[in-house]
Design a protein around this ligand. Structure first.
Ligand code: CP
Length: 309
């Protein structure tokens, strides 16, 4: 049994299965008919991931344990592993962890004695698998699948866990991935071709923008000209294909990587992505709880979606 840590651990088949479940949950909500506890351990700020996990947990009928890390025994030096074992001991059934390090899961896996699943809610600069899954769901809703779709991931690639998770997962699913970055924001460990934003808007089915991750590095982009040099301006957006969509994991630096008027434009799916985050996180919770034998099919209440005329 595996923790839900990385897009690289998931086969294309598993990704497609979870996305189908998420779409099914969107159309026809479900609840779990069993008392279960989900513990949320966030060691970095978060609005979308934390709140959409909470909504997902509430919709499924899970009880929530919300650790205030700064007021916990972690500040006395307790390890993440011992904190996780504590949650297991007091009855948590699943842990959701956001962490600034790329290596926090190693501590848990090296000890190897944790008997409840862990879901990665964003770690370091490498992985944000639940964000990637909601991004994929948004693209699937738009295009059916991503095969041979041209997806340009643009922005601060070097410091973005969203870029890495998405680029590698999209490649696995058959998309043509391109990157676009200002000097200093490229990541040489990714093998995809780099193109300019002017080239990107001409070819892309999806323009996925990333924010400059000011908290992860001291490189300060000259934000007054970043938009015109490297961002999605109104002029560039006008050259996009009619069917192409704009995505962004948010939070957004309005007027830096994207003209503020494009954030809620017809081609933008940015708030759709956030909505999809709830369904995807419900599906991922269901997936790990089933995989670990914590719930079975008989403990899931399926409801028909309400048709309001
Ligand atoms: N996209 C994303 O992870 O947003 P938060 O940091 O607000 O959770």
């Amino acid at each position: 049994m595996k923790h839900f840590i990385s897009m690289q651990q998931l086969s294309g088949e598993t990704i497609n299965h979870i996305l189908k479940e998420a779409e099914s949950i969107r159309k026809s909500p479900i609840t779990i008919n069993k008392q279960l506890f989900a513990a949320n351990l966030f060691f970095e700020p978060s609005t979308r991931t934390k709140m959409s996990f909470e909504v997902a947990q509430k919709k499924l009928g899970l009880e929530m344990l919300d650790l205030h890390t700064e007021a916990s025994s972690l500040v006395k030096g307790e390890s993440l592993y011992d904190t996780s074992k504590t949650f297991e001991a007091i009855g948590a059934d699943v842990l959701i962890v956001r962490h600034p390090s790329d290596y926090w899961i190693d501590e848990i896996e090296e000890e190897g004695q944790l008997r409840i699943p862990v879901i990665n809610a964003g770690s370091g600069k490498e992985e944000h698998p639940t964000q990637c899954m909601l991004d994929l769901l948004t693209m699937y809703q738009e295009f059916g699948n991503v095969k041979r779709r041209k997806v340009v991931i643009a922005g601060d690639i070097k410091h973005s866990r969203v870029a890495r998770s998405n680029a590698l997962a999209l490649e696995k699913l058959g998309a043509d991935v391109f990157l676009s970055a200002a000097p200093g924001f490229e990541d040489d460990s990714l093998h995809f071709p780099y193109i300019t934003m002017d080239e990107a808007v001409e070819i892309a089915d999806v323009v996925m923008l990333l924010r400059i991750q000011h908290e992860r590095h001291i490189h300060k982009a000259e934000t007054f000209d970043y938009l015109s040099l490297y961002g999605l301006t109104m002029e560039r957006a006008a050259k996009m294909k009619k069917h192409a969509i704009i995505m962004h994991p948010a939070p957004i630096n309005r007027g830096v990587e994207i003209d503020t008027k494009l954030v809620e434009s017809k081609q933008s799916r940015i708030f759709k992505q956030m909505e999809n985050g709830v369904y995807v996180r419900m599906a991922i919770l269901m997936h790990v709880l089933k995989e670990w034998g914590i719930i079975n099919e008989n403990e899931i209440n399926k409801r028909q979606a309400l048709n309001i005329i």
